[in-house]
Design a protein around this ligand. Structure first.
Ligand SMILES: Cc1ncc(COP(=O)(O)O)c(C=O)c1O
Length: 320
């Protein structure tokens, strides 16, 4: 039986994250909404959000019937300041969303400790941070669930689109039922338009053209000729029709292509690591041999080279 792009992409993501179950949606915010609905909080329950976030995040919280409460950020990282958590009346809140802003991981050990001591579920906003790690562990694998954005301007893009990663099997089962009963399929018209947009994006967007193309795209979207990020209803605070929609197959195919790029980068950075290690060791053995040296070990030097290769890969991804 042929495997759909949607389930192939889910499988690749689940292997990449090494834990949890993936669901593919029209946008990242829709993942937050679905996860909150499945958690089944009472209407009006308060939920903590970072003081610096995207406006569609509190909107999703409101659409799920909950009340956002904000917690201040650390101006050095733009992430929730763990010191501020001690000021929160934990009995008043049902869950906390932490956002790994601009790819910088939050201080997860302190956040997870605080949440565990109060029995509060942690939700990770990984919309900027696909592939970021905190102390070696991938962002998105700490909390009950995580949501990721595949918007055009994100480091990992599926041409709009959202990923929901659920790290709690009973919750994943409830989400699966909720989506089966409520999520709309993208439909042929939307899928064709998305496919055309992905193609146009690939052909036209380059670092030199990105700003002009994006402002043209916004104008086309305003007159209703393209599928954009937020409708006028949503910007007014109303839940738009078709909000809870699944990812289209063409977006999942784009996601698979993006994953292949990431795999290639990992392979390239591993090869670079081996070459640098061998080269550095050979240098010390043959060129400096016997002349007594102190300082950097081969591992430290090659580690730095590998780090550079990784940050180059990341900025290359971000520039697209
Ligand atoms: C921090 C953050 N969270 C959530 C979102 C929402 O992502 P999406 O547009 O895929 O719903 C964004 C999008 O810009 C974002 O920057």
């Amino acid at each position: 039986m042929a495997v759909s792009a949607n389930s192939a992409f889910c499988q690749v993501l689940e292997t990449y994250f090494g834990s949890g179950r993936c669901f593919l949606l029209a946008k990242g915010r829709v993942g937050l909404y679905a996860g909150l609905r499945a958690l089944g909080f009472q209407r009006g329950t308060k939920l903590l959000l970072p003081g610096y976030t995207c406006m569609v995040v509190p909107s999703a919280v409101r659409f799920a019937g909950l009340e956002p409460r904000y917690i201040d950020i650390d101006p050095r990282s733009y992430n929730v300041d763990p010191k501020q958590l001690d000021l929160v009346n934990a009995r008043d809140v049902s869950a906390i969303v932490v956002q790994h802003t601009y790819g910088i991981p939050c201080e997860m050990s302190r956040i997870m400790q605080w949440a565990a001591s109060h029995g509060i579920p942690v939700i990770e906003d990984c919309c900027h941070s696909f592939g970021s790690r905190y102390r070696g562990q991938l962002c998105g694998t700490f909390g009950r669930f995580a949501f990721m954005s595949g918007q055009w301007n994100k480091p990992f893009s599926t041409g709009l689109g959202g990923i929901l990663l659920v790290n709690d099997e009973p919750l994943a089962t409830r989400i699966s039922t909720f989506l089966r009963d409520n999520a709309k399929s993208p439909g042929t018209g939307r899928s064709l338009l998305l496919r055309a947009q992905i193609l146009a994006f690939q052909l036209m967007v380059r670092p030199a053209t990105a700003m002009r193309i994006m402002s043209m795209y916004r104008r086309i979207n305003q007159v209703g000729l393209a599928i954009g990020s937020s409708s006028k209803d949503e910007l007014r605070g109303e839940m738009p029709a078709g909000y809870l929609t699944a990812m289209a197959d063409c977006q999942a195919r784009q996601g698979l292509r993006e994953m292949a790029v990431i795999d290639g980068q990992y392979a390239a950075s591993s090869i670079a690591h081996v070459v640098l290690s061998v080269g550095t060791a050979a240098y010390w053995i043959f060129a400096r041999g016997g002349r007594g040296h102190r300082g950097n070990s081969a591992a430290a030097i090659s580690g730095a080279g590998c780090q550079q290769a990784r940050s180059f890969s990341k900025s290359a991804l971000g520039a697209r």
